[in-house]
Design a protein around this ligand. Structure first.
Ligand code: 13P
Ligand code: SF4
Length: 302
């Protein structure tokens, strides 16, 4: 498509002249994921690889909390996002005041905060986690109870896995909460031998119906190493599109739910961002330091 090609060529030129890199989450559409990104992966990979990049400008092809994380890891660099409205139902479900109230009600209980959260919520937390390392992070604390926010389903899934008691917050991912056990059973009946992989943001009843649960990077690794004949990725739509290109021998059963926030990021938006150097992520200094501490603790454990 010539329209895509024009934007892709412009983005590649602008990245070079601006000394910019594009970080893309696994839920970005294939033309972004495969054609213009420099680093792509799950939330953990994006947080880890955002550290000490040799570029003046970081552009996040992902949602706002991911851009904030990149900024916390690179306080002296310019971090841009094509659309400030690219949010997340988990991040917007809780405020720093809510976290302070949970801490006051549960004195001494450590706060483990999913990276899908705002900078001020991270700054109130002891340690962050992602879906890839949540079980390891809570085990590393060596306590019988933790406050795990804001994803109630992730917390309940990790409690089932680790036996550690979770004090939860009723935040949900608007994409993953829509999958149901009945839907999974119905696709199994129609697709003999299909391997079902569910993201841990899905309700526990859905994860229990799956053969495998893991972060988006864990799903990608499983498909590329086990090379199943047929898979059903119980997650956001672009995940299967991106993996199908890389794994032509695997058939992808495609019921999926779209993330409207991730889909605010487009090639045209990325081009505009690099042309105009907008929108810039700015985080007040105390939140920057508090949030970075919680992310660095996570990276030290995982
Ligand atoms: P991971 O890529 O870390 O599994 O996260 C999924 C997600 O929903 C990010 O918004
Ligand atoms: Fe948030 Fe869910 Fe969208 Fe990820 S997929 S950004 S968790 S709403």
């Amino acid at each position: 498509d010539r329209l895509y090609a024009d934007d892709i060529e412009a983005i590649l030129r602008l990245k070079e002249s601006r000394n910019a890199v594009i970080l893309a989450h696994n839920y970005q559409t294939p033309e972004i994921f495969h054609c213009v990104s420099d680093i792509c992966g799950d939330s953990l990979a994006l947080a880890r690889k955002a550290q000490g990049l040799d570029a003046d400008i970081i552009v996040m092809a992902g949602v706002h909390f991911m851009a904030e994380t990149a900024k916390m890891m690179n306080p002296d660099k310019t971090v841009l996002i094509p659309d400030m409205m690219a949010g997340c139902s988990l991040a917007s479900s809780i405020t720093a005041a809510d976290v302070r109230a949970m801490k006051a009600a549960n004195p001494g209980v450590p706060v483990v905060t999913y990276v899908n959260s705002t900078a001020d919520v991270k700054a109130e937390s002891d340690v962050c986690c992602t879906s890839a390392n949540a079980a390891n992070i809570v085990r590393s604390l060596g306590v019988p109870r933790v406050i795990m926010i804001p994803d109630e389903f992730l917390a309940r899934n990790i409690q089932a896995e680790t036996g550690i008691e979770m004090i939860t917050w009723p935040g949900h991912c608007e994409v993953h909460e829509r999958f149901t056990p009945a839907e999974i059973r119905s696709y199994r009946r129609q697709n003999k031998g299909v391997v079902v992989m569910a993201h841990p943001e899905c309700p526990p009843e859905v994860v229990q119906e799956a053969d495998f649960s893991g972060s988006t990077a864990a799903m990608a690794d499983y498909v590329s190493t086990a090379k199943p004949e047929k898979v059903f990725l119980v997650t956001e739509c672009s995940m299967s599109d991106n993996l199908a290109t890389l794994n032509p021998e695997t058939e992808f059963v495609r019921p999926c739910n779209l993330c409207p926030h991730m889909k605010r990021i487009t090639l045209k938006g990325l081009r505009r961002t690099l042309e105009n150097l907008t929108e810039e992520i700015r985080i007040p200094a105390p939140l920057m330091d508090g949030g970075r501490r919680a992310i660095e603790r996570m990276l030290a454990v995982s």
